[in-house]
Ligand binder design. Structure first.
Ligand code: PRT
Ligand code: ZN
Length: 299
């Protein structure tokens, strides 16, 4: 196979997305041996090369056509897009699929002691952020003038040391904000990791491989969200039992040897089965309730 027919995928080298990105590629069946500090790894079983870089470089590598695909936070892509637009640079890309990790939000935070009066609170304030373009875009639409103070780390300490009145930073649990005496008042941008490409016009070899990867990723995400449920139910209560099982399409009903009054139900559910539902099932006479994780799915 020609060298340029190998698919190049960029992922974060080390950081919040690297473990999940690597796991996703491995679950897709790509055999790669990623060693620490290694920039590029060649898959053993597929024409795929994986480049490990800083997350901020990924959108540019994709948009400039250095790599074919990138796994990166939508926040980073959006910031790069707005930056390139302001510099009148080329910025074409496609989000091929939203992923189920890296979920966070870019939010405005203010000191707990500040009295929040609504979004106009930010008029003429100084806001510390690592995302000046997304922030500018957000306030431009609201016609609110503010000053941004760009920091590439430790944004949350800025108000405490008098560098800014507020912050605009990524939040997942909110613990960092709270630990720094701040509170979240408005979400500016909701984000998660995604798979991006520069174009949709790949050679047929690459297109086939990308389609295969997307199908596999969809299957992995779906499997993670789903559960395999098995239980025994009294025949008389079958309808009530099935009605309790949300997210189940058609359960398989199996006879039990030597028991005419009970059947076994096997089903895939798109939702988890919570303890409360299990307790309700039990009160209807269901027993041997098992909830199992699913590794892969293809429909
Ligand atoms: O070195 P490199 O440039 O590659 O990495 P980085 O340090 O710039 O990024 P990194 O690894 O911190 O984050 C990579 C991506 O993970 C981000 O671009 C987001 O898409 C996603 N992500 C998801 C997050 C968070 N959740 C997150 N909570 N990125 C950062 N945070 C930080 C946030 O900045 C704050 O400091 O975590 C803190 C808040 O977390 P909570 O849980 O206390 O709210
Ligand atoms: Zn970064």
């Amino acid at each position: 196979m020609l060298c340029n027919e190998r698919l190049r995928i960029a992922m974060q080298k080390s950081g919040r997305l690297s473990k999940d990105s690597k796991k996703l590629l491995l679950q897709c069946g790509i055999k790669i041996n990623l060693k620490k500090n290694q920039l590029i790894a060649f898959a053993e079983n597929m024409p795929i090369d994986v480049m490990c870089v800083r997350d901020d470089d990924i959108p540019g590598l994709v948009m400039d056509g250095i790599v074919d695909l990138g796994i990166v936070g939508k926040n980073v892509v959006e910031e790069e897009l707005l930056k390139r637009k302001s510099e009148k640079k080329e910025c074409i890309f496609f989000i091929l699929i939203n992923l189920d990790f890296g979920i966070c939000r870019l939010s405005l935070g203010i000191p707990i002691s500040s009295h929040y009066t609504g979004i106009n609170f930010f008029k003429n304030t100084k806001i510390a952020t690592s995302y000046p373009y997304i922030l500018k875009n957000f306030f431009l639409k609201k016609n609110i003038f503010f000053k941004s103070f760009v920091l590439n780390g430790s944004v949350e300490v800025a108000p405490r040391i008098g560098l800014s009145d507020a912050i605009c930073d990524l939040i997942s649990t909110g613990a960092t904000l709270e630990a720094n005496g701040l509170r979240e008042v408005s979400v500016v941008y909701s984000s998660r990791a995604c798979l991006i490409s520069k174009s949709k016009n790949f050679s047929s070899v690459k297109k086939k491989l990308i389609d295969k990867l997307i199908t596999r990723i969809n299957g992995i995400i779906k499997a993670r969200e789903s559960k395999y449920i098995m239980l025994h139910a009294p025949v008389k209560k079958l309808t009530e039992v099935v009605n309790l099982l949300k997210g189940v399409k058609k359960p398989t009903i199996l006879k039990l040897a030597g028991d005419k009054n009970t059947v076994a139900l096997h089903m895939v559910s798109s939702e988890n089965l919570f303890w409360e539902t299990m307790e309700k099932l039990k009160s209807l006479g269901a027993s041997s309730i098992l909830v199992l994780p699913i590794e892969k799915m293809m429909e």
